[in-house]
Design a protein around this ligand. Structure first.
Ligand SMILES: Cc1cc2nc3c(=O)[nH]c(=O)nc-3n(C[C@H](O)[C@H](O)[C@H](O)COP(=O)(O)OP(=O)(O)OC[C@H]3O[C@@H](n4cnc5c(N)ncnc54)[C@H](O)[C@@H]3O)c2cc1C
Length: 417
């Protein structure tokens, strides 16, 4: 259990009006983190109800330690599966290339200080929104316009509502309208890769070895990632990534596919891979989009968090995790900094978050190349990839070991560190 951060700091800005656009993982976590510090947020979400977006998410220690500090540990544990191991396999032969224990022997918790979980997104959303208990959450509010007059931000929503705030936080995802206002441009880019995904009942996967492990199956121009989810580990969330199509022409995230198209990139792969990808009807592929690195995360009285600031390829499983880090950091700074200097607060927030998230974004691109290495690179390069995968826990321990709350505490009060 990580050391618990102070339940409530004396808020120097108790009347600060914070409007969060987006009630996703980031917006909801920010609402809870602000409340812990005695601050209040109004959260405006376009959806009429908090429905499941995507399938599942892997939460690593850098996020679970923060969710535990927010008092969500037991509720989260009840709906999550802790993977037995992290395993990298050859996608065709199924051979174990590299493996390290996670739940087995309590290894991961002992090292990282908090658990690694596979959780259904709908369950995570329920845990977060349940804790918020509807406080300050406004559903059916789609932001359509944003403006600043003096120190006040004015927001207008599609349903006709208008609100004023001292600070607007863009927790509005990869196609963020708040980011458009801050940067003056779109700044979102198709990665050239796409994915098929789903949640499959464990009973449909008889060929799957180590069914409760988190596993990467690697091969030319594609990979499959999966992990078990749910309190009973009764389902497996999978995510099969392929190179291409070259350009994304659909207006949406999803594009319809021809029958069988989802298997084309996996011809000749291990039966467990085919069985999983083909277990449920696949009618669409997901385009994977990323945010270009932003020079500034804030303008005037508006600031970004989560995917709006740093959407990344999901190959380190860090989009949601770093979003939770952002929320904890921003809340702590808003609570600790002196009243009136919001510009300074936002600069400090960006300073604390930009380098880390950019490094993970870059690393996720590099991991994409490694996971998709074609045979044409030759046996020596493939052996070097395998060796790198065996060093994975040491090489990427810094991602999971990160402690956002301690980092912001040290920034706020270096003497207390
Ligand atoms: C296939 C895939 C697998 C992934 N797997 C993982 C993983 O294992 N681990 C991990 O850490 N991350 C993972 N991620 C990334 C993760 O899902 C995101 O990084 C995370 O959800 C970002 O949270 P967010 O709150 O910034 O944005 P979101 O969760 O996208 O929430 C944004 C919210 O803003 C709302 N919104 C948008 N526009 C408006 C508007 N105009 N007005 C009002 N509301 C608006 C949306 O409806 C939405 O609810 C994955 C991503 C993908 C695509």
């Amino acid at each position: 259990m990580p050391p618990t951060a102070p339940a409530s700091r004396s808020a120097l800005r108790p009347n600060l009006r914070v409007a969060v656009v987006g009630g996703g993982i980031g917006g909801l976590t920010l609402g809870l983190a602000l409340r812990r510090h005695g601050l209040k947020a109004e959260i405006y979400e376009q959806a009429a109800e908090l429905a499941e977006i995507g399938a599942a998410v892997a939460l690593s220690a850098n996020a679970t330690r923060e969710l535990e500090r927010l008092g969500l540990g037991p509720a989260l544990a009840a709906v999550s599966t802790e993977p037995t191991e992290l395993i990298f396999r050859d996608g065709r032969s199924g051979a174990r290339v590299a493996a390290c224990p996670v739940r087995d022997g309590g290894t991961y918790r002992a090292k990282a200080g908090a658990p690694y979980y596979g959780v259904h997104r709908a369950d995570l959303q329920k845990v977060l929104s349940g804790a918020l208990a509807g406080e300050g959450l406004h559903l059916g509010h789609r932001l359509t316009a944003i403006a600043q007059t003096g120190d006040a931000m004015a927001l207008r929503f599609e349903n006709g509502a208008e609100v004023e705030a001292d600070l607007v936080v863009g927790g509005d995802g990869v196609r963020s309208p708040v980011r458009r206002w801050i940067t003056g441009g779109e700044r979102v880019r198709y990665s050239g890769t796409s994915a098929f995904r789903g949640v499959v009942p464990m009973g449909l996967l008889p060929a799957l070895p180590d069914p409760q492990a988190i596993q990467f199956w690697m091969g030319p121009d594609a990979h499959l990632l999966h992990y078990a989810i749910g309190g009973e580990a009764d389902s497996v969330n999978f995510f099969a990534v392929v190179e291409g199509p070259r350009a994304w022409t659909s207006e949406r995230w999803l594009d319809a596919i021809a029958p069988g198209e989802h298997l084309a990139g996996f011809a000749g792969w291990h039966p467990a891979v085919i069985e999983m990808i083909d277990a449920l009807p696949q009618t669409h592929r997901w385009g994977l989009f990323v945010t270009d690195p932003l020079r500034r995360w804030h303008r005037g009285r508006a600031v970004l968090m989560g995917d709006s600031a740093h959407a990344m390829l999901p190959h380190h499983g860090q989009g949601a995790n770093t979003t939770i880090e952002d929320a904890v950091t921003l809340a702590a700074l808003l609570a600790a900094d002196g009243a009136g200097d919001l510009d300074g607060t936002m600069r400090r927030y960006q300073d604390l978050r930009q380098m880390r998230t950019r490094t993970i974004q870059r690393s996720a691109w590099a991991t994409n190349r490694l996971l998709h290495l074609p045979d044409s690179v030759g046996p020596a390069a493939l052996a070097e990839r395998d060796a790198r995968m065996r060093r994975f826990p040491e090489a990427f321990g810094w991602i999971h070991a990160f402690d956002a709350q301690s980092t912001v505490d040290r920034a706020v009060d270096p003497q207390a560190a």
